[in-house]
Design a protein around this ligand. Sequence first.
Ligand code: GLU
Length: 611
Amino acid sequence: MCGIVAYIGYREACPIIIKGLKRLEYRGYDSAGVALLNGSLNVYKKKGKVTELEDFIKDKNVHSTIGIGHTRWATHGEPNDVNAHPHYSSSKGLAIIHNGIIENYASLKTDLQMRGHKFLSETDSEVFIHFIEDIQKHNQCSLEEAVRLALTKVVGAYAIVIISKENPGQLIAARKGSPLVIGIGKGEYYVASDATPIIEYTDEVVYLNDHEIAVISRSNLAIKNIEDVPMTPYIQKLDMELDSIEKSGYDHFMLKEIMEQPKSITDCMRGRVISQKAHLNLGGIQQYANKLVNAERIIIVACGTSWHAGLVAEYLFEDLARIPVEVEYASEFRYRNPVIKEGDVVIAISQSGETADTLAAIELAKSKGAIIFGVCNVVGSSIARASHEGAYLHAGPEIGVASTKAFTAQVTVLAIMATIVGHRKGNITESKYRELLVDLENIPGKVEKALQLNDKIKEIGNIFKDARNFLYLGRGYNFPVALEGALKLKEISYIHAEGYPAAEMKHGPIALIDEQMPVVFIATKDNSYEKIISNIQEVRARKGRVIAVVTEGEELITKMAEFVIEVPSTNEVLMPLISVIPLQLLSYHIAVMRGCNVDQPRNLAKSVTVE
Ligand code: GLU
């Protein structure tokens, strides 16, 4: 996590950095800071959001055309002014911003302390910059060389940018495991954790690769790898609209992203689903398509909301393609001793494409000979690059920390994948295949209709906004939706919520039910419809307050539930794309009514680049 921005050029650096940090706040907002060179090297940092920093520097002399900035998601040391980045070196001649974790920082720190280094903060990042300065002093080498040598010794993940008093016309950046992109202007360069701080200045960027070091001056960008071998920068064109990273009139990014799902799902299907021509295709899956079709089993690795999309995919692949699927939390998978055979197929799902655990899980699977398919939103991200093949979501930047449109786009891509495989394997009849294509194409219109329930859902939210607990229950395809609904509520409203398979309720959670307990049933017309009706009765018998998401025209459940939310019907296998919409809206409204910071919930950050 953590957001990094740096600038070198002819413009005022500070406003560019502050604006960029605000865009990166989704990555962390524990503290923010800048270091600016103007004869002296000055660091200004403050606990809290970027606006606190802005207030703090209002009366300071921040004129400079070179600087670095950071918005933190604390890993080592509590969020406070001292632990905020940037961190000075011992002599205060260097300052660093760091995203990631230096795992061997404790031993490095002890060593440095024995040699007289004094540390102000509890962070691993401060140790890193002291270590670099120490190496430079002892080897009498250039800063660039000292950085390189230091990187050969540190263990862990990092994206760093260093600014130096001795080299006032230079920034040094490096990465391993955490993203870093360099924007190329005329006589100026930008460095950031993602492209959002850069897009209004330039559309030419270089994504730094792992183990690369960039030495950036106003007139030149030189990249080499950690072995000291010069690398040729690969310049790419940015494909991002400024509008896509702004709120465009909405109160929150989350609401904007919920509301734009008809468009993001359409974008996700563009060119991939054409029912009239019976065309279904994922351009990113070609060379290894047969591996997927002939897979004996599929392992899906993901975290958080992406893991829920993975669960939907389990149902999809088993239903449509008759391939057994295991859905794994990446963090557990990587530290077990998983059984992976040569040629096994792994699907990695991650909105940011930078999720540290998912990335490590696929590296592990790759080392054992698995074929990796990445399902990511961010183009050029680490997981996309580490995968053999895959498919982008094309959902546009997702800024709200609670994922919404990425989930529906992930499910869309996975549904396309499962349908292609099922069709190629002959498990889906031609007519069912064509029917599914039409159903897919109709999804955006139905999501649009589900979004029209916004006012009604807001009213329901108002009734339950003070609840202390929530239960979400679903069966079949709607079970992962129940998990996702509960997660959304927890994340942004801080109400404790649990998602459960509805039938499992009687093995435990039913004990929680009393007249205070709101229970959200996702009870659309599908194979388990009759069964879930019994579960609703069980909750009613214990005076639980039933809110049911049902299919339009529903009669039976309408008589039983205290509140019903009617969504359009679709093919059962695509239902999560529709049934999740009211749950996103419900959590959004409850969080707003409780006065919570919807886009930046406490303790959370998007793009979890630490394990
Ligand atoms: N480890 C650093 C700190 O705690 C950076 C954290 C991060 O990248 O999330 O300050």
